[in-house]
Ligand binder design. Sequence first.
Ligand SMILES: Nc1ncnc2c1ncn2[C@@H]1O[C@H](COP(=O)(O)OP(=O)(O)OP(=O)(O)O)[C@@H](O)[C@H]1O
Ligand SMILES: Cc1ncsc1CCO
Ligand SMILES: [Mg+2]
Length: 271
Amino acid sequence: MTKKLAEIIPLNNVPLIHCITNDITLETLANTILYLGGKPIMSSDVREFADLFKTTDALLLNMGRLTVNHEASLREASHFAVISHKPVVVDLVGYGMTEQRRKLGDELINHQPTIVKGNISEMRRLVGLPTIAKGIDGDVSDQSDFALQELNHALKELCKRCPKTVFVATGRRDIVVQGERSALLCNGVAALDRFVGTGDMLGAIMATLIGAGAAAWEASSIAISYLNIAGEIADNQTHGLENFRQEMLNQISLLQKQSGWSKNIHSSTFN
Ligand SMILES: Nc1ncnc2c1ncn2[C@@H]1O[C@H](COP(=O)(O)OP(=O)(O)OP(=O)(O)O)[C@@H](O)[C@H]1O
Ligand SMILES: Cc1ncsc1CCO
Ligand SMILES: [Mg+2]
């Protein structure tokens, strides 16, 4: 049976989340998981995986700062996840920006992960739509009503090939798609796009929620709303981006204690 939001946050268990992620935001991700009430284990050493997979509750695969070793770790962990039926979040950082990232992302998706996420421009590249985005950030031109509709339809087509996976595209507005169903989420503030790793943090929150037993759709949409509403509160209370970043993480730990936080969610069905 599907769990309701109040049964998902605050967590009622302490899931162990195995993260293979980039070294730029590694510590931020470990703290995000801890502040939410989970436990992180950051390990990229393939020699440990057989043992690790016996005790972890979910896996985060973030393509982040690619290296030969990082890529090998992501591939190997993805393989272990299939054979151990571990819930997996794939974060397609920089998908399609280079051929290496495109090939790796495609291979990870072929393993039918639980959730696949990227910013709106990474997700456009994934479905073969054009974008002028550069680097790892989403481009504002991919945020128009038309562009969002286009992406929504293309993701629904992709869902026919990957019926088990929830696809998430993030930006000023966020899209969550599973099968024929899709939602548009409209919380958040512009400052979220102005410090590094908010997308990475979102992947860590999603992995924590599926590790705690939430279904993929609920984990995806609740994670987006939770992070974005934490961002709205932090933005109201701070001045300057570094203060915002700190308060944002502070709010990740605090928001779960406010029982009414979900009343501020702006979400609608996206046809
Ligand atoms: N302009 C904005 N207005 C409101 N919310 C935003 C905005 N930009 C990003 N967000 C929110 O910030 C989170 C991260 O989204 P974003 O698209 O910036 O990810 P990303 O590009 O993968 O980030 P990064 O690569 O820095 O980790 C999402 O929850 C998204 O809703
Ligand atoms: C800046 C940057 N470059 C590769 S990964 C990363 C952090 C955001 O994912
Ligand atoms: Mg990202």
